[in-house]
Design a protein around this ligand. Structure first.
Ligand SMILES: Cc1ncc(C[n+]2csc(CCOP(=O)(O)OP(=O)(O)O)c2C)c(N)n1
Ligand SMILES: [Mg+2]
Length: 506
């Protein structure tokens, strides 16, 4: 059977209905009339204007209704907490009776995008610059400028076969660092996979980052068992990155709920990053539903970068972005210019305040653009023109915008810029060559920690058998088969640790 794209399959199925003698007309229009991603102005093409809100007249005085609460029910508790005021129906907030039939397709006519700096990095008219010291701003800038250098070195090294995989975050530096700067050190971070910068901002060293990407003996978080960029750093409150999309979201909802319940963690918060594509997963809804009902301080931070691999947002959703979904879950929500580091910082600080004070979730949608390819397994020139990418790097470059602000404040100069870039480059290259020379962990590490075994319990036979089999194969071929002879040398103890007889290992 040939593999068909979704649209072709739908067309084929619909035409079958047609040919089958059914009088039912096609329910979708032919492809040319479907909204297409405009290549030159893709992400700036406005989505269809939302249907205006019905002109419901709010009654000036809502007559006192007898609440429909069952005594002791959740609805009654909520009503007592002020979450519902005199609802006519349980599950609504402030509904009233109306004789006017009106459908609606938006909670606000348009969701505005909050910004502090304009494209030139100058304060936008009427904007309040968030409180920020020179040191804080420069700490943000240092990490923002580090990201593209780390990205370039590791991206190129994957191309040369020196690491197995990489994902860049260029274009999203302001969204990632602005949000990280808006959180406090004790807060928990659940990343999707493009948030290595947030970890660097917290103090994760370049050596540790490179160790994970090379999976060498100093990769303490994942011990060489994960693909590059799947960082795990409990000491920085950074939870393990896992590739299956949106799985971090229910985990974050659980962590936020745990904080709510844990006396010692009062005042702490969770930030959960996810992409515009991940928001189409069921886990997105499961997580937001759980968080809105159970509570717990959590910032749901959407990096809306225009793409989910090759799927542009216009093919991802038909509503008003991801922000429109927040009120559906009863979450305070803001849309922010994700390329404006100060706006992101300011929005996340306020989101954090609301989340902690209200013990609840807050949704932040940061509008940005994925400048790099999706990953080293992707070639974005196949689905978007190079000019579009170039335009974003020139016209709305998050690093340039923030630098212009620093210069405007009198906090930054050309010589300082040159010195920083050269220092960043040297440090990245040094950490890179160091990590490449270090050996990989003991081969037997691949069997450890993959199964939750309580202290004193036996490792399940499926693990010991596989370990023993590898040991047997290594004994037989490890010295005589050239690829293995060479490969063994890269590991601490050269695989000797798995060559014991029962597969139990150390
Ligand atoms: C459950 C699941 N489905 C599909 C994939 C393949 N996949 C990896 S990344 C990705 C796109 C995600 O896009 P988005 O959430 O917008 O994040 P971005 O890459 O743009 O940062 C897809 C479909 C996956 N990893 N997991
Ligand atoms: Mg995306």
């Amino acid at each position: 059977m040939s593999i068909l794209c979704r649209r072709c399959l739908a067309r084929q199925l619909l035409s079958r209905v047609h040919q089958g003698g059914s009088t039912r007309p096609l329910i979708t229009g032919p492809p040319p009339t479907l909204p297409r991603h405009q290549t030159s102005t893709s992400t700036s093409t406005p989505l269809p204007y939302p249907t205006p809100l019905p002109t419901f007249e709010t009654p000036s005085l809502i007559p006192e209704q007898k609440p429909l609460y069952v005594p002791g029910s959740q609805a009654e508790r909520h009503a007592r907490q002020g979450r519902m005021s005199s609802p006519l129906r349980r599950g609504t907030h402030e509904s009233w009776w109306t004789a006017e039939m009106g459908f609606f397709n938006a909670v606000a006519k348009t969701i505005p995008t909050y910004r502090v700096l304009d494209e030139e990095g100058q304060p936008a008219r009427g904007a309040t610059i968030p409180e920020i010291s020179r040191d804080e701003a420069l700490a943000m800038y240092r990490t923002m400028t580090l990201i593209p250098i780390v990205d370039n070195v590791l991206y190129q090294s994957q191309r040369q076969g020196r690491i197995s995989f990489y994902m860049q975050s260029s274009g999203e530096e302001a969204a990632i660092i602005g949000s990280a700067a808006g959180m406090l050190p004790n807060d928990e971070i659940f990343g999707q996979y493009r948030e290595g910068g947030a970890l660097l901002f917290r103090g994760f060293t370049l050596n540790a980052l490179m160790a994970q990407c090379f999976g060498n003996v100093q990769d303490h978080g994942t011990k060489g068992r994960m693909m590059p960029i799947h960082y795990s750093a409990p000491e920085f409150g950074f939870h393990s990155i896992t590739s299956p999309l949106a799985t971090q979201m229910p985990q974050a909802a659980g962590a936020a709920y745990a904080i709510k319940l844990e006396e010692e963690r009062q005042g702490d918060c969770v930030i959960c990053y996810f992409g515009d594509g991940a928001a189409s997963e069921g886990d997105f809804h499961a997580a937001l539903g759980m968080n809105s009902v159970l509570g717990g301080p959590c910032i749901w931070f959407c990096r809306n970068n225009g793409f989910a691999i090759s799927t542009p947002i216009i093919d991802q959703y038909a509503g008003d972005g991801i922000a429109s979904r927040g009120p559906g879950y009863g979450l305070d929500t803001i849309r922010v210019d994700g390329n404006d580091a100060l706006a992101v910082l300011s929005a996340v600080r306020e989101a954090r305040r609301r989340a902690v004070e209200g013990n609840k979730g807050v949704l932040v949608e940061a509008m940005t653009y994925r400048v790099g390819h999706h990953s080293t397994s992707d070639d974005s020139s196949k689905y978007r023109p190079a000019e579009e990418v170039k335009e974003w790097t020139v016209v709305d470059n998050p690093i340039h915008r923030f630098r212009a602000f620093l210069v405007f404040q009198g906090w930054w100069s050309e010589p300082e810029e040159k010195a920083l870039l050269s220092k960043n480059k040297n440090e990245v290259l040094k950490a890179f060559s160091r990590a490449e020379k270090l050996p990989k962990p003991k081969l037997g590490e691949m069997f450890n920690d993959v199964w939750g075994v309580a202290n004193g319990e036996e490792v399940p036979s499926v693990i010991t058998e596989q370990r023993a089999e590898l040991g047997r194969l290594l004994k037989k071929y490890g010295d005589v088969w050239e690829p293995w002879r060479k490969e063994r040398k890269r590991f601490v103890e050269e695989g000797e640790d798995v060559m014991d007889c029962d597969g139990r290992g150390s």
